[in-house]
Design a protein around this ligand. Structure first.
Ligand code: GLY
Length: 401
């Protein structure tokens, strides 16, 4: 792989008994440049129809399948473009990022149809506002936070994730999924930037209720918890996208690690830091040697099971932040492992070299449904570039977030 062989800019010497061993330092700029080049291909391929947003690429294909702003993944492509603009400072990328971000504006003007508004609007308009300070973006974010809050059920203490019947979930009871933790960032941000203070309280209540009900004694997570919508009583835990209700679905655990790290950042409440570290343990301790999980840690045919590069990207990005809040020994473990994850993702095993314009291959979307198995998926690309950006900031002596 040319970018791997040409880009080695730095060498460190590590003492190894009485020998000296050379170790290459992972070249984050080279990987970011690769992302710029891959994204360039995607930009040139997307239909110019003011609605198409890339979602996935099948294993043998080189063509994106597209969705509209209504899909839960719609914010990841504009968010990726904002990270690329942050890295390259290319005015053209800013324009393109804005163009795709605008596709999602209707989400701020319509009632909520599910909890994914944070993934959608905070990744697109949120990153855009962070980098440009555009007041119009801020209005969209604030309106969408209010929309998300309409799904909050005070009897339960969480946001309703899927306001519709889903198999095995006894609708019309209340369901909350682990992924929903990520959407709390939208509420925290809004509460601190002109929105109502109740948004902060909703986010904290959601995080606390989820902490109490979503985890097994070993700190592995159920994907979904079903609650009685009137009394708030916990009915059961379900792992809808995992191998079984009692297994550790890789991306679900990744959302927990990322989510509680972010909640600690926003609240500075030590119980959330402690919890983020606790949910990280079973994930790190049960990874394969190359640091990329199989789609479910209990999938029956490991090592002949598909991987989930998206979970690895989410966790790599989260660990670079969690390291900032952790004591020296844990910080070193988290940082070293995050870099190992990014390095493996940046290898030819995960980076397509065959004309597939995604950044990464080998993610698994919904295995039990038979969908997106061993695909390139846009959210893997988003968290990969976020992780690379965080690592670059750390190397420049800045805070990752
Ligand atoms: N939020 C859905 C997923 O992680 O697949």
């Amino acid at each position: 792989m040319i970018r791997k062989t040409l880009g080695i800019v730095c060498v460190v010497l590590i003492s190894y008994g009485c020998h000296l061993k050379q170790k290459e330092v992972f070249d984050v700029d080279e990987s970011l440049q690769y992302c710029v080049e891959q994204a360039d291909q995607t930009i040139s391929q997307i239909p110019d129809d003011e609605k198409s947003l890339p979602r996935n690429i099948a294993p043998e294909s080189k063509e994106w399948n597209y969705v509209t702003y209504q899909d839960w993944t719609s914010g990841f492509w504009p968010g990726t473009l904002w990270y690329l603009y942050e890295y390259s400072q290319e005015p053209n990328l800013k324009e393109v990022a804005d163009q795709f971000t605008q596709y999602l504006r209707p989400l701020s003007e319509k009632p909520a149809t599910d909890h994914d508004l944070g993934f959608q609007v905070f990744n697109s308009f949120g990153n855009g506002y962070r980098l440009t300070g555009n007041a119009e973006y801020k209005k969209v974010i604030l309106r969408t936070a209010d929309t998300l809050a309409t799904l909050y059920n005070p009897a339960v203490g969480t946001i309703l994730s899927w306001p519709r019947p889903v198999p095995n979930m006894e609708w019309p009871n209340h369901n909350t999924i682990m992924d929903n933790m990520i959407n709390l960032e939208l509420l925290f941000w809004a509460s601190k930037n002109g929105g109502d203070s109740s948004l902060y309280q909703i986010a904290v209540a959601h995080a606390e209720t989820t902490m109490a009900n979503h985890f097994r004694p070993d700190f592995t997570s159920y994907h979904v918890v079903v609650y009685d919508r009137e009394t708030g009583e916990r009915i059961k835990g379900v792992t809808h996208q995992g191998y079984s209700d009692e297994s550790m679905w890789a991306r679900g655990q990744a959302w927990a690690i990322y989510g509680y790290t972010m909640v600690y950042r926003e609240t500075k409440d030590p119980k959330f830091l402690d919890f983020a570290q606790k949910v990280t343990r079973p994930y790190l301790d049960n990874l394969p040697e190359d640091f990329i999980p199989y789609w479910d840690f209990q999938a029956p045919n490991i090592p002949d099971e598909p991987r989930d590069a998206s979970a690895a990207a989410v966790v790599a990005s989260a660990l670079l932040e969690l390291a900032e809040y952790s004591d020296k020994a844990l910080a070193k473990e988290y940082r070293d492992k995050a870099i190992a994850m990014l390095e493996e993702l940046s290898s030819p095993r995960y980076c397509p070299e065959d004309g597939n314009p995604a950044f990464l291959r080998h993610s698994t979307g919904h295995y039990p449904n038979g969908s997106e198995i061993d695909y390139s998926i846009i959210y893997a690309d988003y968290y990969y570039i976020e992780g690379l950006t965080r690592l670059k900031r750390i190397r420049e002596g800045k805070k990752p977030v």
